[in-house]
Design a protein around this ligand. Structure first.
Ligand SMILES: Cc1cc2nc3c(=O)[nH]c(=O)nc-3n(C[C@H](O)[C@H](O)[C@H](O)COP(=O)(O)OP(=O)(O)OC[C@H]3O[C@@H](n4cnc5c(N)ncnc54)[C@H](O)[C@@H]3O)c2cc1C
Ligand SMILES: *[C@@H]1O[C@H](CO)[C@@H](O)[C@H](O)[C@H]1NC(C)=O
Ligand SMILES: CC(=O)N[C@H]1CO[C@H](CO)[C@@H](O)[C@@H]1O
Length: 304
């Protein structure tokens, strides 16, 4: 960090109290420091996204290939001291203007921690002919993308349910991953999580490493089952093959009750089979498909 940068930080009124406190503590007056200190810095932290309907241009810091058609992207927030301003589970809208002057706007769900300062990360899958995903894949380091939000999808409270099931396919993993991450990083949140995640091939399973790490570190709390349409020839695959079936869900999910909730996110075919489609962002639609047949009610299921 350059000197001029630290100076800019010091001279900002918001930093005067904590930094003065640290200086006092460092010369041995710890008691004085503790009585001087005010609210924790994190409570005052500024956020980049305030839900105020403004588009904010974020600079791309890093774009890394995850698979042949997915990338992990890191964008810089307004400043390195800022939080994104998102809660779990939320998404942001992205926008770019085409050569013909048309707006292309699509939602994306960050995979980075809500308490991460300075940067925000996404996992994006490229669709053949897809307008926004192609645009994002072509972005170069230091170019910007416009974002707006947050759009809160489901405000998670610790121990909101005794157990939850997360059923996802493809990039639908991103909001489910937000929940999984938020719950398991909080030692006081005892919610049991059952993740059932389908994808085309084993290469297509997004953020599998991160999911497996969480599952391994929380063996009593988290269970993960992967489904792939087809396993590769000669490949050792410990997951399931084929679509997520009603019989599997019947054997795997907790029985319908007010203590449990099922969250669904994936491509249209997955909604159709599991829960029925959402009508619009504000209308969940009727519950149909496997979950309805298994006796779940509309209130016990949330479609992202
Ligand atoms: C709440 C939410 C969160 C999301 N989070 C993520 C995320 O974290 N990561 C991520 O990668 N994606 C996410 N998505 C999906 C993302 O918003 C885009 O829909 C996706 O990237 C495709 O956009 P696009 O502009 O590239 O493709 P589009 O130009 O919209 O086209 C997508 C594909 O469908 C085809 N297509 C387009 N219209 C039709 C049609 N009418 N009939 C049949 N085919 C059609 C196109 O040829 C193309 O192959 C999320 C979606 C939602 C709703
Ligand atoms: C992006 O910006 C940084 C800092 O301003 C610079 O060091 C880097 O070389 C730039 N990268 C490209 C590809 O222009
Ligand atoms: C088995 C399964 O659900 N596969 C899905 C993997 O994700 C893609 C979208 O990225 C879906 O089209 C598949 O149906």
């Amino acid at each position: 960090m350059s000197l001029s940068h630290s100076f800019a930080k010091l001279s900002h009124p918001k930093y005067l109290i904590p930094i003065a406190g640290v200086a006092v503590a460092s010369i041995g007056l710890a008691y004085q420091y503790s009585t001087m200190s005010t609210a924790p810095i994190s409570n005052e932290a500024k956020v980049t996204f305030k839900g105020d309907n403004e588009w904010v241009d974020l600079k791309l810091l890093k774009s890394e290939d995850l698979t042949h058609n997915t990338k992990h992207l890191t964008f810089k927030l307004n400043s390195e001291d800022e939080l994104s301003g998102l809660v779990t589970a939320s998404c942001l809208l992205t926008k770019f203007v085409t050569a013909k002057g048309n707006n292309v706007i699509r939602p994306y769900t960050p995979v980075s921690d809500t308490e991460q300062k300075g940067t925000i990360e996404f996992v994006v899958k490229k669709y053949e002919g897809g307008k926004m995903s192609s645009h994002i894949f072509d972005l170069k380091e230091n170019e910007t993308l416009s974002f707006k939000g947050p759009v809160v999808k489901w405000k998670w409270e610790p121990n909101q349910f005794k157990s939850i099931s997360l059923i996802g396919g493809g990039t639908g993993i991103t909001p489910l991953y937000q929940l999984l991450h938020e719950i398991t990083k909080n030692p006081t949140d005892k919610t049991k999580v059952n993740l059932i995640f389908g994808n085309v091939s084993t290469d297509d399973i997004l953020i599998k490493k991160e999911i497996d790490a969480i599952a391994n570190a929380h063996k009593d709390q988290v269970k993960v089952t992967y489904f792939v349409d087809k396993a590769k020839e000669g490949e050792a695959w410990e997951g399931k093959v084929g679509y997520i079936t009603k019989d599997f869900l019947a054997s795997e999910l907790d029985k319908p009750s007010s203590d449990t909730k099922v969250f669904v996110c994936g491509p249209p075919g997955l909604y159709k089979a599991v829960s029925g489609p959402k009508v619009s962002p504000t209308d969940q639609g009727e519950l149909t498909g496997a979950l309805a047949e298994l006796g779940y009610t509309k209130e016990q299921v949330f479609k992202f």
